[in-house]
Ligand binder design. Structure first.
Ligand code: PEP
Ligand code: MG
Length: 578
C-alpha cells in the first residue's frame, strides 16, 4: 500500500498500463559553422510542429469537453510563443555551434532553475509546464511522437512517471479508469483536468512507475490518496464495500436536490454556489444550488498574457446569467492580488501583499480596466438575473467611488445603445474588520452584503496566511468572528438588507447550526457541499439553533464553541458532526 496525494476522488481498480516515456537520450554534438542556419531552421520547425499538435488537441477537446479546460493547452502554446524561449536556444546554437537538442536542453535548464528558487507552490508547479512543453519540442526534434496514449483495448489504470495536461486531456473516461503518477501535486494542471474528467487519480508516488508492470492488478483510492499494488481479496472486499457506500451516498444526496433547504419549523436559508467559470453553473444545478452566490472573476484574468476584453467578459457573464435562470448570480469584480491569484499579467506593483494593493483597491487604481469589467457585467445583466459585488471594501468612500464608476459605465452604455438592467443590485463583501464596524454605514449605501470569512478571519485575527507559525490561530469559529457575523447581520437586517456568507466555513455541516442561528439569509459554497448542508439544515429547528447561537456568542474560545455545537447537534438533533 502506497500513500500519495489524492487529486481526484473515487475508488477504482483494474489492470495497470505502465507508460514509460522512454528516458530521452539527448544527443550532444558540435555542428560546422555553415550548418548553423539549417540547425536553427530545424529548431523552429520542431517548435512549429509542437504548436500545431497542441492547437489541434486543444481544438479537438474544446469541441468534445468544453472550452473551459483548453486554456491549459493554450498556456503551453503561449510558452512556445515566448520569444525568450526560442531566443535562448537559437543564440546558443549560433554562438556555440551546437545541435538544436542540446541547445534546447540547456535553455530549459536555465528557465527551470528560476522556478526552483520560488517558494510559492503554484508558481513552482508551472515549472512542470515549461518542462512538458520543452519535452514536446525535444520529441519533435528527435522525430518521435510525443502522444503515446492512443487507445487501450480494455479499461486500464494508467501508471506513468508524469502525464502532461495534453496527455490527460486525451484520456477517455471508460477506457482509463484512473491514473497514478510518480510526480505531481494537487495544484498541477494534470490534477485539475482529472477532476474535470471525473477520473480518480493519485499523484506524487515517487517511483510507482518502476514498481509495477503492465497487467498487474492495482487499486486507487483518490479520496485518501492510497494506491494498493496487487490487492488481496480482503482489501478488494473492503474497497468494493466502500465503492457501494459512496454510490449510495451520492444517490441519497441526489434525492435531496429538489427539496427545499428548510428547517423543521419552516425557516428557509438559500444555499448557493461559489463558482469560477460559466460551465460550473451546471455542476451547481446538479447539486441543487439555488443560484450563484459568488462568481470569482479572477480566473478570467489569470494564466494569460492579454487582459480579457469587454466582449470576452460579457460572453462569460451573459452565459452565467442565462444558465443560472430562474435563479440569480452574484458577479464579484476582480479580486486580484494578495497571496491567491498570481498572474503573469504585469499589473501594478505590490500585488502580492495581502495588506496591499488588491481587490477593490486595485480596481480603483486601474480604472479603465475596472470599467471594462463593469460594462461587461452591466451588459450581461440584460440577459438574466445578475447582481454585482465589490470585494474587500474597507470604507464607504470606496463603495461610493466604485458606484460612481459604475454609473459612468452605465451612461456610456446607454449612449451606445446597449441594453442593461438599470436596477442592478450592488453588494459589498464584508471581509475586513473595518467593514464589520461600519456595517451600519455601508448598509445605507449598499443593496446587500456577503460576508467573506476567509479574508475576514485572516484580517480579524491578524494572521499572515503564508506564515505557518501562526496558522494554528486560523479559526472561523473564534468568538471574534462569530461576533462579527452577528453584528453584520443585525446591521443589515435593521436596514432590510439581505446578508449571505460565502467563505469556506459555509460548507461545513457543524457550522450550519451557528450560521443559521445567527440568522444569515443564505450560504454560498463549493456546490459539492450543498447536499450534505441541506440534509443537516432539514434536521434542524430554527428556534433551537437561535438559542444555541445566542449561547455560543458568550463562549470564550473557538474550541469551546466547537465542542458546544457538537454536543447540541447530538443532543437536540441526533446529528454526529465533527
Ligand atoms: C472570502 O474571503 O471569504 C471569500 C469568499 O473570498 P475569496 O476566498 O475569493 O477571497
Ligand atoms: Mg475574500
Amino acid at each position: 500500500m502506497l500513500k500519495g496525494i489524492g487529486v481526484s476522488p473515487g475508488v477504482v481498480w483494474g489492470k495497470a498500463a505502465v507508460v514509460r516515456g522512454a528516458a530521452m537520450e539527448i544527443p550532444e554534438y558540435p555542428i560546422p559553422p555553415e550548418q548553423v542556419e539549417a540547425e536553427i531552421a530545424r529548431f523552429h520547425e520542431a517548435v512549429d510542429r509542437s504548436r500545431s499538435q497542441l492547437a489541434s488537441i486543444s481544438e479537438h477537446l474544446g469541441r468534445n469537453l468544453g472550452h473551459q479546460h483548453t486554456y491549459i493547452l493554450d498556456t503551453h502554446i503561449l510558452i512556445l510563443d515566448d520569444p525568450a524561449f526560442a531566443k535562448t536556444a537559437t543564440e546558443d546554437i549560433s554562438q556555440h555551434q551546437i545541435n538544436a537538442e542540446w541547445a534546447l536542453r540547456r535553455a530549459l535548464d536555465q528557465f527551470i532553475k528560476v522556478f526552483d528558487d520560488v517558494a510559492d507552490e503554484y508558481i513552482k508547479e508551472r515549472r512542470r509546464d515549461v518542462e512538458q512543453v520543452g519535452g514536446r519540442v525535444l520529441h519533435n526534434l528527435l522525430g518521435q511522437t510525443p502522444d503515446t496514449l492512443a487507445g487501450f483495448k480494455e479499461p486500464v489504470i494508467l501508471v506513468a512517471h508524469d502525464l502532461t495536461p495534453a496527455d490527460t486531456l486525451q484520456l477517455t473516461k471508460g477506457k482509463v479508469l484512473g491514473f497514478t503518477t510518480d510526480i505531481g501535486s494537487a495544484t498541477s494542471h494534470t490534477a485539475i483536468i482529472a477532476r474535470a474528467l471525473e477520473i480518480p487519480a493519485v499523484v506524487g508516488l515517487r517511483n510507482i512507475s518502476e514498481r509495477i508492470e503492465t497487467g498487474d492488478l492495482i487499486l486507487i483510492d483518490g479520496d485518501q490518496g492510497i494506491v494498493v499494488l496487487n490487492p488481496s481479496q480482503d482489501v478488494l472486499g473492503f474497497y468494493k464495500a466502500k465503492q457501494v457506500r459512496l454510490r449510495n451516498r451520492m444517490e441519497e444526496l441526489e434525492e435531496l436536490r429538489d427539496l427545499p433547504s428548510r428547517t423543521t419549523d419552516a425557516k428557509e436559508i438559500i444555499l448557493s454556489a461559489n463558482i469560477e467559470s460559466a460551465e460550473e453553473v451546471e455542476t451547481a444545478r446538479t447539486y441543487g444550488a439555488q443560484g450563484v452566490g459568488l462568481f470569482r472573476t479572477e480566473y478570467l484574468f489569470i494564466n494569460r498574457r492579454m487582459l480579457p476584453s469587454e466582449e470576452e467578459q460579457f460572453q462569460e457573464y451573459r452565459q452565467i446569467a442565462q444558465r443560472v435562470h430562474p435563479h440569480c448570480a452574484v458577479i464579484r469584480t476582480v479580486d486580484l492580488g494578495g497571496d491567491k491569484f498570481l498572474s503573469p499579467l504585469q499589473l501594478g506593483g505590490g500585488l502580492k501583499s495581502t495588506l496591499g494593493l488588491r481587490a477593490i483597491r486595485f480596481s480603483l487604481k486601474e480604472i479603465p480596466l475596472f470599467k471594462v469589467q463593469l460594462r461587461a457585467i452591466l451588459r450581461a445583466s440584460h440577459y438574466g438575473k445578475l447582481k454585482l459585488m465589490f470585494p474587500l471594501i474597507s470604507g464607504v468612500e470606496e463603495l461610493r467611488r466604485a458606484r460612481e464608476i459604475l454609473a459612468e459605465a452605465g451612461e456610456e452604455l446607454h449612449h451606445s445603445g446597449f441594453p442593461f438592467d438599470p436596477a442592478l443590485k450592488v453588494g459589498v463583501m464584508i471581509e475586513t474588520p473595518s467593514a464589520v464596524f461600519i456595517a451600519d454605514l455601508l448598509a445605507q449605501e449598499a443593496d446587500f452584503f456577503s460576508i467573506g470569512t476567509n479574508d475576514l478571519s485572516q484580517y480579524c485575527l491578524a494572521i499572515d496566511r503564508v506564515n505557518e507559525e501562526v496558522a494554528y490561530l486560523y479559526d472561523p469559529l473564534h468568538p471574534s468572528i462569530l461576533r462579527s457575523i452577528h453584528s453584520v447581520v443585525q446591521a443589515a437586517h435593521s436596514r432590510g438588507l439581505r446578508v449571505d456568507l460565502c467563505g469556506e466555513m459555509s460548507g461545513d455541516p457543524l457550522n450550519a447550526i451557528i450560521l443559521l442561528g445567527l440568522e444569515l439569509d443564505g450560504l454560498s459554497m463549493n456546490p459539492l457541499f450543498i447536499p450534505r448542508m441541506k440534509q443537516v439544515i432539514r434536521a434542524l429547528s430554527f428556534s433551537e439553533v437561535r438559542d444555541i447561537a445566542a449561547q455560543a456568542l458568550l463562549l470564550a474560545t473557538g474550541a469551546e464553541v466547537r465542542n458546544y455545537l457538537k454536543r447540541e447537534a447530538d443532543l437536540r438533533f441526533g446529528l454526529q458532526l465533527h
